[in-house]
Write a protein that binds this ligand. Sequence first.
Ligand code: ADP
Ligand code: ZN
Length: 522
Amino acid sequence: MPELLQTLHTTFGYPEFRPLQRAIIETSLAGRDVFALLPTGGGKSLCFQIPALHRPGLTIVVSPLIALMKDQVDQLQAAGVAATFLNSTLSSAEARSRLAGLHRNEWKLLYVAPERLMLDNWQENLKAWNVAAIAIDEAHCVSEWGHDFRPEYRQISKLRELLPDVPLMALTATATERVRVDIIKHLKLRDPSVFVASFNRPNLTYKVTPKEKPTDQIIAWVKKREDESGIVYCASRAATERVAEALAGKGYSARPYHAGLPTDERARNQELFLRDEVRIMCATIAFGMGINKPNVRWVIHYDLPKNIEGYYQETGRAGRDGLPGDCLLLFSAGDAAKQTHFIDEMTNEQEAQVARNQLRQIMRYAEGSGCRRGELLAYFGEKFPLDNCGACDNCSEPRDRYDGTLQAQKFLSCVYRINAASRFGVGINHVCEVLTGADTDKIRRWEHDRISTYGIGKDFPRPVWAGVGRELLRLGLLAQSEGEFPTLQLSADGMAFLKEKRTLTLTKPMETPKVRKVVRRE
Ligand code: ADP
Ligand code: ZN
C-alpha cells in the first residue's frame, strides 16, 4: 500500500517504517484485532494513528496517561491531523464543545482515559459516533500481573460488547507471557494477530555494582561523563533531593523530580532537562513515562528497582537516539531487605505475592553472573542468541569464580537435615543461622542446635552464606516455596549433587559483606 508510506512521509515526516509498523497498520486496516508488543520508543503511536487516517470514521485511543494526552494531540494537530482528547482536565464548556464536534464527525482520533468510556451517556455517544477502530495503549494496565494494574482497564472489554464489529488494537511495551495472555483475555481480543518486536537495545550497556557510598559513586560516574545527560532513579522523594543537592554541591547541574514537588517546579525541572539546560535528573519513577528525550546518555539506579519491567523501561530511556547509553544499577542486599519489609506489611495478599515474585526476579538479575542482556530479554520471553553480548559487566569482565563444592555441600546438607528433623520448612535466613551456629529462640525451641550441621559454617559470616544460598537457588539446586514465608527444599538436582559427590563452581559475590561482631549469649 504505497498510500501508507505517503502518509508517513507527508503527515509525520519520516522516511521509512520502523520494524513491524507497516505490518501492524496493514493488519489493522484489514479489520483484524491486533496485539502489538513493541519496546518503548518502538513507535507504537503510528500503528494506530496511520490507520485512523486511512479509514472512514473515528478511532478511539484509550490511554491512562492523562498528562500526556494534550502533548500528543497538540503534535497531531500541528501535523494537520483532526485529533482531540477528553479527560478531567477540560472545563465543562470545553468538553461540551468537543462532544458536539464528535457528534458532527469532525474528528478522526479521540484520546480518552478508560474511566470516561464507561459513563452511561458515553455508551450512547459511542454508538452515535461512527467508531471505526479502538486502540488500547499501555494495554498491560489490564493485568494485575503487570507492574501497573489499573482496575478501570477491566471495563474496556465492555466496548467489545457495545461495538462488536469494531476492531481492537492492544499495544504495550511491557508484557511477559503471563501478562500477554491476560491482555488478550481481559480485553476480549478476537483471534488477534500478534506482533512482538525484539526488546534488545544493542546500544545500551548494563552494569551492576555494589552500592557502597552511592553519592560518591554517582559523582565519580558523572565526572567521567562531561556534558552528558543522565537520570538517577531513586526509590524515595527524599533521596532524589539529597542526590540532586550533592551533585549541585559539586558544581554539576542537577535537579530533583518527584510527585511531591509543586506542579510548576516539577514542570520547570523537566523542561530544563529536556532543553539540555540541566544535565542530570534525580527522579523517582514518576519521571520519564512518555518523555521523549533522545540524548539521555546514562541511567543510574540508586536503589534496587521493584521489578524487571520497570527497570527495563527506566534504562530504556537512555540512548533513544541510537547512540550509546550506559545503565548502572547500584545493588545492595539491604535494599532488598527493605523492600521485603514493605511487602510483608501489604494487606492484599495477592498483591504481596506479585511483589515478592517481582523482587525475587530483580534480585536474580542483580546478583546473577550470566549475561545481563540475556537475562532481561529472557524476562520478555525472548532468547538472546549469543552467550556473550560484549556489552554488560558479566560478559566483558566476568566475576571471579571459586570452587564452591564444600560450601554447597554444607548448605544443602544443612537444608536437608533441618527438613528431615522438622515437620515444617524454614527460610534461607534460618538456614544461615543454623550454619553459623547462632543462638536464637527459634533454634533452641526447634532444637536445631542438635542437628549435625549446626555451626559447620562458622568460617564465614551469615551474609556470605545467604549469598551462597541465593546462588544455589539460581542454579536450581535448591527450590523455594512461594508465599510470605518462603521455605527451602533440595531439588532433584540438589539431591543428586550430594549423593553423587559432584563438584560445583560458584561466583564470588559482588558485595564484600561487612563482617559484624557476633554477640553470643553463652
Ligand atoms: P512508543 O509509544 O512505542 O514508545 P512512540 O510512538 O512515542 O513510541 O514513538 C517514539 C518516537 O519515535 C516518536 O518521537 C515518534 O515520532 C518516532 N517515530 C515513530 N515511528 C517512526 C518512524 N517510522 N521513523 C522515525 N521515527 C519514528
Ligand atoms: Zn552480556
